[in-house]
Design a protein around this ligand. Structure first.
Ligand code: ADP
Ligand code: MG
Length: 642
């Protein structure tokens, strides 16, 4: 039984125009969520007015008072009443202005909206001789009074949400609101090192960042250090990525700033600052691009830290998509994604152990300690038969030790004679060492300059200990080697095909029907990966060739795990989509095992290789491969003051 529709229908109401005050209050709902939103709008205005010094004064987390004082251009007396009106702005006059807008504001909405939900006063003076004093405007009454003031503007906002108590209930504690206000200023401060900022709360100075003279990267570095801490810049790499337009116009997109090293990543995404043409934004394209650049070096769910600035022709980005302008829309988001991705990825690829960053990653000042003489008395390297200078490449690390590891394999390894020099065992026509392209220094550095130092010992079969100018270097030998192998495989695959080497005696193994089927359907992919696996019978596979880089590993284990992964994917696209996972699996099999004894030469070879291998500071799972233990930390261990 349904009720007759007529009784459900609401009474017809006339269509009316809303009063201005109500329109502003509705707009305020979009623009002003909390005190920090007001702070952001007022600082925007101060910057648009050309201020070089901005002081923010807050009371009770900004709820009782937000005052923003600047030394900008001020507002002419005659224009003062307009400043508080809806849709009144000095920043654009036409649609074409909007398309190329270079100011923070342009909607002419903020002051009017704030006025509708708080008590606003505006004190301003322009810097002209015919204006001997400033003017104070009462937002409520519209009353104007002459007042003394230096050129510039102070906007005071009191009792936020006094007229809309419902909203006031959503506010958090004063401390939380204050933190949001500071964050809002911080976002501006990072984009404008040339402007000085100060924040006061309940009469106390809570933050102050002095204007940085000069500009460019150095100024940004200084401001980042002031705002986020010295540690941030020490653990970040500078990047500046110009992408030249192929035909039209000169430089279309520039990405610059600082990207934190993977070690500096945090559990929350709270230190990810992205700017488009100087405006702080929360943008999915940029966030995703940056995140993807960390994919290969960041462990698990850690969040990278960065301050990235994207500059592009204002006509190529729409800033008018969100009331608070925190979102933007790019005309070509692919271009931006690629630019950001490449800029960050390239910066992260350079190994810090290669000495590429201006600042050392270690927090130890380089001057704090002078390295002792080379023949340090505590050289307690294990005495091993010297394989000597012939083992100069990490490619030799697989040889001994890992040999009898392959169980259940019918393989007879011609290369696994422990007394043999692994390098000498390579067939003469195979490329033994494909040197990973040196990124930072084409020539090996002289001994004194080795960033990872000189190997002195191996610890518990797992760590290499080395000595450099800062103190002790500890290297996770398996993790480091795994990364080197992985990068080498990636590079070979980039050059079409992983270098392959036939096995003198094929390694056969009992296979499942699935494995046999995959080996057959994926023969092409396997070849690209440097593997040749053929069926000897419906239940037997033979590994006939393996990647040269992995020649000393266990071919059966390698083939099995690659087949298992291939079996899960569509063979035709696997090399594109799952390429890195596949290569990581392979590298894991190829990397030197723990408990394998290394000679000093082998250890040094590994250290030198790390210094020139991209991303060698992290293992394939994003964990660090090496750590610096500075002399200060060692001294602290022994309660020894220096
Ligand atoms: P919008 O910033 O979008 O123009 P606002 O409501 O924030 O809109 O400000 C309105 C106008 O008031 C601005 O266009 C500007 O001319 C003037 N104004 C606001 N704040 C300041 C300031 N601190 N110094 C100088 N002029 C200001
Ligand atoms: Mg504004």
């Amino acid at each position: 039984m349904t009720t007759p529709p007529s009784t459900l229908q609401p009474p017809r109401r006339p269509i009316r125009e809303l009063p201005d005050e109500l329109i502003s209050q509705i707009a305020a709902g979009e623009v002003v969520e909390r005190p920090a939103s007001v702070v952001r709008e007022l600082v925007d205005n101060a910057l648009d007015a050309g201020a070089t010094q901005i002081t923010v004064r807050l009371q009770a987390g900004g709820v009782r008072l937000i005052g923003v004082e600047d030394n900008g251009c001020g507002i002419l007396r005659g224009e003062l009443p307009n400043a508080l009106k809806r849709h009144a702005t000095s920043k654009i006059a036409s649609l074409s202005d909007l398309e190329s807008v270079g100011t923070m504001g342009f909607r002419g909405e903020a002051l009017a909206a704030i006025c509708s939900i708080a008590e606003v006063s505006l004190l301003t003076r322009v810097d002209t001789p015919d204006e001997p004093h400033g003017w104070l405007l009462d937002g409520r009454s519209g009353e104007l009074q002459p007042t003394a003031r230096a050129p510039g503007t102070t906007v005071e906002v009191r009792e936020l949400f006094f007229a809309t108590p419902a909203r006031r209930k959503f506010l958090k504690t004063d401390a939380t609101e204050l933190a949001h206000c500071i964050e809002a200023v911080r976002r501006h401060a990072l984009a404008r090192p040339d402007v000085g900022f100060a924040i006061w709360h309940d009469g106390k100075l809570v933050a102050q960042w002095r204007a940085v003279v000069g500009g460019g990267m150095d100024a940004l570095r200084q401001r980042l250090a002031d705002v986020l801490g010295e540690e941030f810049v020490q653990q970040a790499v500078a990047l500046d990525w110009p992408v030249d337009a192929p035909d039209d116009g000169p430089q279309r997109l520039r990405v610059w700033g600082f990207a934190g090293v993977p070690d500096a990543a945090r559990s929350r995404a709270d230190w990810q600052f992205a700017y488009v043409n100087g405006r702080y934004v929360r943008d999915k394209v940029i966030t995703h691009a940056a995140r993807s650049a960390y994919e290969d070096v960041l462990h698990g769910h850690r969040q990278p830290v960065y301050a990235l600035f994207v500059s592009l022709d204002p006509a190529r980005v729409d800033v008018n998509v969100h009331p608070t302008k925190i979102e933007v829309r790019f005309r070509d988001s692919r271009e931006v994604h690629q630019g950001v991705h490449h800029a960050v990825e390239a910066a992260l690829a350079v190994p810090r152990s290669g000495g590429a960053t201006a600042e050392p990653v270690s927090t130890q000042p380089a001057t704090a300690w002078a390295p002792p003489a080379r023949q340090a008395p505590f050289s307690f390297a294990p005495r091993e038969p010297e394989v000597g200078h012939r083992v100069s490449d990490v490619g030799a690390l697989w040889g001994h030790g890992s040999a009898g590891a392959s169980t259940g394999s019918a393989r007879t390894d011609a290369f696994a004679n422990p007394s043999d020099n692994a390098i000498a065992a390579y067939p003469p026509n195979t490329v033994r060492a494909e040197p990973v392209q040196a990124l930072t220094h084409p020539q090996p550095l002289p001994e004194g300059d080795w960033p990872l130092g000189r190997a002195i010992a191996q610890l518990q079969g797992a760590y290499i200990l080395a000595e450099n100018a800062h103190g002790l270097v500890v290297v996770d030998m398996h993790a480091a080697h795994e990364r080197i192998v992985y990068e080498r495989l990636k590079q070979q695959l980039d050059d079409q095909q992983v270098a392959s080497q036939p096995l003198l005696i094929p390694a056969t193994f009992a296979a499942t029907p699935d494995e046999v089927a995959t080996a057959e359907t994926c023969a092409g992919v396997l070849a690209t990966l440097g593997l040749e696996v053929t069926a000897l019978s419906p239940r037997t596979l033979a590994v006939r060739a393996v990647p040269t880089t992995l020649a000393q590993g266990d071919p059966v284990e390698l083939a099995r795990s690659v087949l298992a992964e291939l079996g899960q994917h569509d063979a035709s696209t696997v090399v594109q989509r799952a390429r890195n996972e596949l290569l990581a699996t392979m590298a894991c099999h190829g990397a030197v095992r723990a408990n394998r004894r290394l000679t000093l030469d082998e250890m040094n070879a590994l250290l030198r290789q790390m210094e020139v291998t991209e991303r060698s500071d992290q293992c394939n799972h994003g964990r660090p491969t090496w750590r610096q233990v500075g002399m200060k930390e060692l001294d602290a261990l022994f309660l020894r003051g220096r």
